[in-house]
Write a protein that binds this ligand. Structure first.
Ligand code: ADP
Ligand code: MG
Length: 582
């Protein structure tokens, strides 16, 4: 076939496909336009999954009558004037593509009236061609109606899911925006029924309540943190560990209040929950990161869904720390301290959000929490009032029981200890792996049948950079032709039924961890983490006793290899004080 330039109609349908994939992408673009224009109320109405019809109505600044047609031209935007502005985009839109793209694949009508105009203006398009325009009475703001989406592109229509599935994607989208724009009142109507209304009063906790209902909202923790070094800010909500989901869909990330998708950010959050969630369970999160516009490139994807960070590992660690701080602040100790000291109600576990519910994590953290136990070993020869003999960092503990299949309750000479079973086991395994490697005597478990390893390029890179470590910890891997390897033995701590997959998982862990930490022991920590018992595993009393004895024998029983606490101590004094005995 000869080469020829596509006719404009076909070219615009192709371009539209990048921006408008399904009804929810239309809603996203229109809602973003309303937000950019300063809306404080946005109503979204959908019929037939948004394919039959969808409408977005706002009370924003509107468009001057003589500018309306321009909005339908490709690359026409009021948001970007010079190329140097590309480095610091503060608006959600900037490509000038959404309106022409939607118009190319639907019947679209836009009615608008600036607040200072006496009348409005309406313009109608059908499959990219203008069919009518003229003055039209309407209230101030802009209303866009899109009907028969993709009716001129049967191939694309085939990719759509059922109406109810498309509608629920739209509901999820509005949920996400509502959480991060609490000052905007969102109303979503699905086939004439109200699906969601938010108050729009600027209170994040009210938006949370409207989106998730009282039960879930009560299980969410506020995140509010600022990194002193970079000034990056993190705000929003994450779920307390007891509230979790089977997939990652409930993790939402905004950068400068732009919704984006980013695997790294999800990993940072998961990492903060490390050991707190059962296997293959994920937290809920709605988080906004505020960073200088110049440190994030938003112009790397037509639908603006992806961004690039100038300092990716910084973003990762700031986010992870903020979430971790909220989780630590949620531990039971500060709640306990709070109710007695200030005579306040505990803000935990009520049916609905109590007044203290939205208090920031940092505020709670200050309330007498002594749990992050980095109190070091007593100097040798000194005796302590904790019943420690010199050289012992933990007193001997007696198992009382297991709570939420996650924590071991134990009694010591001075009160009660709550031990995180995963973190404790991780510490025990880690110490063992490192010690045996140093003695050149790793404990090895040979595989009955060697297995071939198929690695992705990033796994391969970690693998090749760590060959010596892998061998010293007990992996026996044999080269087998170019880029092919046979796994013959693994460290004996690894009890998984699929050792090859476990090794690949560990390489993935190291690849991500390597972004934030550059320690020699990342690999050992990853092996320990992968092999340690999970939260959610029932333990027998002898198992718990054995674990505590092993933990007592380690040099540093208070933290896991990642530096997080393995146990929290409630002193006798603290307990007595809580009950008014002192
Ligand atoms: P972009 O958002 O990238 O500028 P669009 O095609 O989405 O491109 O919109 C084109 C222009 O139309 C915008 O720059 C803006 O000036 C105007 N516009 C679109 N929607 C609205 C709205 N709801 N209120 C006011 N102006 C709007
Ligand atoms: Mg836009």
């Amino acid at each position: 076939m000869p080469i020829k330039v596509l006719d404009p109609e076909l070219a615009s349908q192709i371009a539209a496909g990048e921006v408008v994939e399904r009804p929810v992408s239309v809603v996203k673009e229109l809602v973003e336009n309303s937000l950019d224009a300063g809306a404080t109320q946005i109503t979204i109405e959908i019929k037939g999954g948004g394919v039959e019809q969808l409408r977005v109505v706002d009370n924003a600044e509107g468009i001057q009558a003589d500018q309306v047609e321009l909005a339908f031209q490709r690359h026409a935007t009021s948001k970007l004037q010079h190329s140097d502005q590309l480095d610091c985009i503060g608006t959600l839109g900037f490509r000038g593509e959404a309106i022409p793209s939607i118009a190319a694949v639907s019947q679209m009508s836009l009615t608008t009236r600036p607040h200072d105009s006496r009348s409005g203006y309406q313009i109608q398009y059908r499959w990219g061609q203008k069919v009518s325009e003229g003055t039209q009475g309407c209230s101030p703001g802009t209303s866009v109606t899109v009907s028969d989406l993709f009716a001129n592109l049967p191939a694309r229509r085939k990719f759509l899911k059922s109406n109810s599935a498309e509608a629920s994607r739209i509901r999820e989208l509005i949920d996400r925006y509502a959480l991060v724009y609490p000052e905007v009142q969102f109303r979503l109507m699905v086939d004439g029924r109200t699906s969601l209304t938010t108050p729009g009063a600027g209170k994040p906790e009210e938006a949370l309540l409207a989106v998730y209902g009282p039960e879930v909202a009560a299980g969410m923790l506020a995140v509010q943190d600022e990194d002193p070094e970079t000034g990056y800010r993190v705000s929003g909500f994450v779920s307390a560990p007891r509230l979790n989901r089977a997939n990652r869909t409930y993790m939402t990330f905004f950068i400068n209040r732009r919704w984006i998708q980013n695997r790294l950010l999800a990993f940072a959050v998961e990492e903060a929950y490390h050991g707190l969630l059962p296997e293959r369970r994920y937290p809920l999160a709605a988080l906004n990161l505020t960073l200088p516009y110049s440190e994030v490139d938003v112009n790397s994807h037509p639908a603006k869904r992806e961004v690039r960070f100038h300092n990716e590992s910084k973003v990762f660690s700031v986010l992870q720390r903020a979430v971790r701080a909220a989780l630590i602040a949620d531990s039971p100790v500060p709640e306990l301290g709070r109710s007695a000291v200030g005579g306040q109600q505990s803000s935990y576990g009520g049916a609905g959000p109590s007044p203290g519910f939205f208090s920031s994590g940092l505020d709670r953290q200050r309330s007498g929490f002594s749990g992050r136990a980095d109190n070091t070993r007593p100097a040798s020869g000194e005796s302590t009032d904790l019943g420690l003999t010199p050289g012992q960092a933990l007193p001997t503990l007696r198992v009382v029981g297991q709570v939420r299949l996650t924590y071991i309750v134990a009694e010591g000479p001075d009160g009660m200890y709550l031990v995180d079973q995963h973190a404790a086991h991780e510490r025990v395994l880690f110490d063992g792996i490192v010690r045996k490697a140093a003695d050149h005597a790793p404990e090895i478990q040979s595989l009955l049948m060697p297995v071939t390893l198929e690695m992705t390029p990033s796994q391969m890179e970690v693998f090749q950079n760590n060959l010596t470590f892998l061998a010293s910890y007990g992996f026996d891997v044999e080269s087998f032709g170019e880029n092919s390897y046979l796994l013959r033995a693994v460290p004996s701590v690894m009890t998984s039924s699929d050792p090859a997959q476990s090794l690949l998982d560990i390489l993935d862990l190291v690849a991500f961890e390597g972004l934030v930490r550059q320690h020699d022991d990342v690999l050992a920590a990853s092996i320990a983490c992968h092999s340690a018992i999970r939260a959610g595993k029932p333990l027998t009393e002898p198992e718990m006793r054995a674990l505590l004895e092993q933990l007592e024998a380690t040099d540093n029983p208070h933290t896991c290899p990642h530096g997080r606490p393995t146990l929290i101590h409630f002193s006798e004094y603290q307990m007595d004080r809580e009950f008014g005995r002192r």
